[in-house]
Ligand binder design. Structure first.
Ligand SMILES: [Fe+2]
Ligand SMILES: [Fe+2]
Length: 309
């Protein structure tokens, strides 16, 4: 199975947001966004990534959060439109919210993300889903995708996340289910499990209970964690605790960054090849302008076939 991983789309759509909506943290966030972000993230770059993932024959697509910027209704409509262009999207897409999709208490209370992405949040083992809809799982052939929610509404200048304690408990139980245990296990969550070396200040953007989630992941023999949030490509390997083997904690980077020719910030996506119950390779593809589109940039090979064996 080949799995495409896109993230942090930050699709901009500021069509007449109600004035009242700007009388909260969006006042700061919105101004910052307009000044700094409006040219950086591009819907066209996301559409190009999806077209290329189609050509590259991926079976499933993971989207690890931050589809919007200010969690506005208009942004969710635009983001859902983009996702719905994926062929057989409701069967082939696993998507979770990020902190930007939970930008204000109002957006969280209204369940705006869950409303717009409801068809993608249906679980194959619904008995483990809590009132807020997580954890959910998608059983697809030999692979189980488990979606978690680390989004919380935060004060100004904070981008922290937290997975609810009852959600962690339900995830631990879900990972012990026969249908999951017998499969290759992928956990999808927006916030990273490890401190971020790419930002000067980490405290205000961390996953608050990352140690607890890491414990669930390692004891649950999770094979790959796919996350977003830092907008960089990274792979961290940690030993499993429930059995021999490795948990790969992977970030694709932000897919929508135009980059303006700067490879350090240009858009990225990952493709994971999973065969015989093992992660074989992770390929990172980098956006190199509207003419070339995304090109292979870096490949990690985890399983080497020895000739004649
Ligand atoms: Fe982001
Ligand atoms: Fe984020």
């Amino acid at each position: 199975m080949r799995v495409g991983h896109i993230s942090d789309l930050h699709i901009l759509h500021l069509d007449q947001p109600a004035p009242l909506e700007f009388l909260n943290k969006r006042l700061v966030g919105g101004l910052n966004l307009i000044l700094n972000r409006s040219k950086a993230h591009s819907r066209q770059v996301v559409e190009r990534a999806l077209a290329q993932l189609d050509e590259l024959d991926v079976d499933h697509i993971v989207i690890s959060g931050d589809l919007t910027n200010l969690a506005l209704e208009s942004e969710f409509i635009a983001a859902a439109e983009v996702v719905s262009t994926i062929a057989d999207a409701t069967d082939r897409v696993t998507v979770v919210p990020g902190n930007h999709d939970y930008y204000t208490p109002g957006a969280v209370r209204a369940g705006r993300f869950e409303e717009h992405f409801a068809p993608f949040l249906k679980s194959d083992l619904p008995e483990f889903q809590l009132d807020h809809g997580y954890p959910f799982c998608h059983l697809r052939g030999p692979v189980a995708f488990i979606g978690l929610n680390s989004g919380i509404a935060t004060p100004w200048l904070f981008a922290t996340g937290r997975v609810r304690d009852d959600e962690l408990l339900a995830t631990r139980e879900l990972l012990a289910h026969e249908e999951i245990k017998s499969r290759f296990k992928v956990v999808v969550v927006h916030h990273p499990l490890f401190p971020d070396e790419h930002h000067r200040v980490y405290f205000n953007r961390r996953l608050i209970n990352r140690a607890d989630l890491l414990d669930v992941v390692r004891h649950g023999d999770v094979d790959v964690v796919m996350h977003g949030h830092n907008h960089v490509f990274s792979i961290v390997r940690v030993p499993k605790l429930g059995s021999p083997g490795t948990t790969f904690v992977c970030e694709a980077g932000s897919t929508s960054m135009d980059g303006g020719g700067d490879e350090r910030i240009a858009g990225r996506f990952n493709i994971y090849t999973i065969e015989d119950g093992e992660l074989q390779t992770v390929e990172s593809h980098l956006f190199q302008g509207h003419e070339s589109g995304f090109v292979p940039w870096h490949t990690e090979v985890f399983r080497h076939e020895v000739a004649g064996t």
